[in-house]
Each structure stands twice: as structure tokens, then as C-alpha cells.
Design a protein around this ligand. Structure first.
Ligand SMILES: Cc1cc2nc3c(=O)[nH]c(=O)nc-3n(C[C@H](O)[C@H](O)[C@H](O)COP(=O)(O)O)c2cc1C
Length: 188
């Protein structure tokens, strides 16, 4: 069964990006995929700030990442880029931690003006970590996402449909990469 790791990159709680990630993983679970969310805000701040590559707290996220066939990375836009706390986590991952994985970036921002931030800021970093199959980003602006008092999420219809379409593509790509791997193992 395909295993998907979702990485939440917001330092805030409650968080719109976390909410979208939770919603996306629910959709994937309903389709039979195994999913898990890790939130960078739950990692020890000192380990991130001091760049402690060998932090015991990072062992689990690194192991989960290694197992994953697909990775969803969600971040709010901060100062026309992704968050610093997400970068400090990505900096501590092994050199080619994303090799062979299908990647889906999700972002939220106050303004549509920073739609391209993921292209010029995040994607080169994902490439440096070995990612070669990166799907197109789902970018939502704050007014398209409402967090209800009970914590549930209300998404604008257009962004909801866009997310569902991209998740379909994501599942197909993950399943294809798994069957390619099986075929390779069979022929060797
Ligand atoms: C420190 C800070 C910087 C931000 N910078 C930007 C920005 O440059 N462009 C933008 O569109 N939104 C910016 N925003 C708005 C957030 O991206 C937006 O509210 C996002 O949905 C928050 O996501 P979260 O609830 O998951 O933390 C900024 C917010 C904060 C707190």
C-alpha cells in the first residue's frame, strides 16, 4: 500500500495550511492510502535553530520520509517565500531525502501576488533534495479558507475542486512509481 507523508510547515496553530493538509490526507485515506502528518512546529526549536543533524527528535521524521512514496509539503507564504521553520527542517534532511518520491506542494498566502513563490523559492530546494517529480502547486489565498470554531475547514469551491483534481494526479503518479519499482525488482 502506498504510504504518504505530509509535512506541515507553519509555525502557527491553528493553521490554514495544516487544515488543508489534514483535509487532503483524509481524502487520500478514503482512497486506501496510508497517510501521516508531521508538523515542523512540533520539533524541538533548538535542534532546528542550531542545525542539529543528529537530533534524536529527527529520527522519526527521517524514517517516515524514507518509507514514503509520496510527500505533500504545505507551507504558508512568509515574506514572499516559504517559512523559515520549514527551511530549518529541510536543511537537516539527508542530501537526497526526496529522491524517487512524488512531491505535491501546497501553499497558502494572504495575496495571490506571491503565487510564484513556490516556483522560485521552494522548488529549487526540493530539487536539491533529489525531487524530480514535483506536481503543480495548489495555492489558496486566505479568503478561500475558513477555519470554523470547531476546527473544521471550509474551502472555497474552486480551490476544493483544484485540490481534488491534483490529489487524483498525485495518487496516479504514486501508484505508477510503485508499479515501476515492482517491475524493476521483477526484471532484476
Ligand atoms: C510573518 C508573516 C509573513 C507573511 N508574508 C506573506 C507574504 O509575503 N505574502 C503573502 O501572500 N502572505 C503572507 N503572509 C500571510 C500568510 O501566508 C497567510 O495568512 C497564510 O494563510 C498563513 O498560513 P497558516 O495559517 O498555515 O500559518 C504572512 C504571514 C505572516 C505571519
Amino acid at each position: 500500500m502506498a504510504y504518504i507523508l505530509a509535512i506541515a510547515g507553519s509555525p502557527s496553530h491553528p493553521s490554514r495550511t495544516y487544515g488543508i493538509l489534514e483535509y487532503a490526507t483524509q481524502i487520500l485515506s478514503q482512497q486506501g492510502l496510508e497517510t501521516e502528518i508531521i508538523s515542523v512546529r512540533d520539533l524541538p526549536a533548538e535542534d532546528l535553530v542550531f542545525g542539529r543533524y543528529n537530533s534524536p527528535a529527527l529520527e522519526k521524521p527521517k524514517a517516515l520520509l524514507e518509507q514514503a512514496s509520496g510527500v505533500i509539503i504545505a507551507t504558508p507564504i512568509y515574506k514572499a517565500a516559504y517559512t523559515g521553520v520549514l527551511k530549518s527542517f529541510l536543511d537537516l534532511l539527508p542530501q537526497k531525502a526526496l529522491t524517487g518520491k512524488v512531491i505535491l506542494p501546497l501553499a497558502t498566502g494572504g495575496t495571490i501576488a506571491h503565487l510564484l513563490s513556490i516556483e522560485y523559492a521552494l522548488k529549487p530546494v526540493l530539487g536539491e533534495l533529489g525531487a524530480r517529480h514535483i506536481l503543480s502547486t495548489v495555492y489558496a489565498v486566505d479568503k478561500q479558507i475558513v477555519i470554523q470554531p470547531d476546527g473544521s475547514l471550509q474551502l472555497d469551491e474552486e480551490i476544493d475542486q483544484r485540490l481534488k483534481d491534483v490529489l487524483k494526479e498525485f495518487v496516479e503518479a504514486v501508484n505508477k512509481s510503485l508499479s515501476d519499482l515492482k517491475e524493476l525488482a521483477y526484471t532484476n
